[in-house]
Design a protein around this ligand. Structure first.
Ligand code: SAM
Length: 243
């Protein structure tokens, strides 16, 4: 399979993404820890701290995968709240469901197989929506952002945690070397799957930078949009409100 997707069409991208996450699902968590050297936990912690989740809130953890954010939200919203983990990929959902069950995260969590571009929820449903390391995999990002806006309640907020553009040139170079040389090698050694990790590196490089993503959010209606660079802009947390 060839994962360079500059030349591929929409359907091809969607099926590549499906293939990648199907093949990485079982080893997803351990790979995340190894590839980010555990730092993804800090990025996620910062996201939770910025979400303002309270008891009784309804939260959508979109592209939720193996449920790291869902587990944390589940505790914060309590028995009167609800967390919906939505993901397009059956394999990722299964790994997530098993993991959360083992962690004792049950009761207020629901699992839904859904495409971010066409969310199967009523207008004005959620107080908070998060999408962590998910948006770059979505084919039509504008459509997905508009869909998130629609299902968010007035007063609700969207948090997009995603790879972004390092703010320093030297960091950019080190990071490129790491993601294009080291990551696929690690993928090969640990998961016997260099291609999937090559895809991930490419998808990171192609993703819109901080200001572009901010404008995309504003274009579909989000207000008071801001972003916060993490780890020198390797990752950014974007926030926007619906009023
Ligand atoms: N949010 C989790 C985390 O931070 O660990 C998982 C992130 S994982 C890198 C990306 C997830 O996005 C995968 O589980 C994948 O199946 C999901 N995904 C990709 N395209 C999607 C789409 N169009 N709609 C919903 N989920 C999607």
């Amino acid at each position: 399979t060839h994962f360079g997707f500059k030349t591929v069409d929409k359907d091809q991208k969607a099926s590549m993404v499906a293939e990648v996450f199907h093949s990485v699902a079982a080893k997803y968590d351990i790979m995340n820890d190894m590839m980010s050297m555990g730092i993804h936990r800090l990025w996620k912690r910062f996201t939770i701290d910025s979400a303002g989740a309270r008891a009784g809130h309804k939260v959508l953890d979109l592209a939720g995968g193996t449920g790291d954010l869902t587990a944390k939200f589940s505790r914060l919203v309590g028995p009167t709240g609800q967390v919906v983990l939505a993901d397009i990929n059956q394999s990722m959902l299964e790994v997530g469901r098993d993991k959360l069950r083992n962690l004792g995260v049950v009761g207020n969590v629901e699992f839904v197989q859904a495409n971010a571009e066409e969310l199967p929820f009523a207008d004005n449903t959620f107080d908070i929506i998060t999408i962590a390391f998910g948006l770059r995999n979505v084919t039509d990002k504008d459509k997905a952002l508009a869909s998130m806006y629609r299902v968010l309640k007035p007063g609700g907020r969207l948090l997009v945690l995603e790879f972004s553009k390092p703010t320093q040139d030297w960091l950019s170079k080190v990071y490129d070397l790491y993601s294009f040389k080291v990551l696929p090698q690690m993928g090969k050694l640990i998961a016997n799957d260099a291609e999937s990790y090559q895809y991930l590196a490419e998808s990171i490089r192609m993703h819109p930078d901080q200001d572009t993503l901010k404008s995309m959010m504003e274009a579909v209606g989000f207000e008071q949009t801001t972003y916060h660079n993490l780890t020198g802009g390797i990752v950014a947390l974007h926030k926007g409100f619906k009023f």
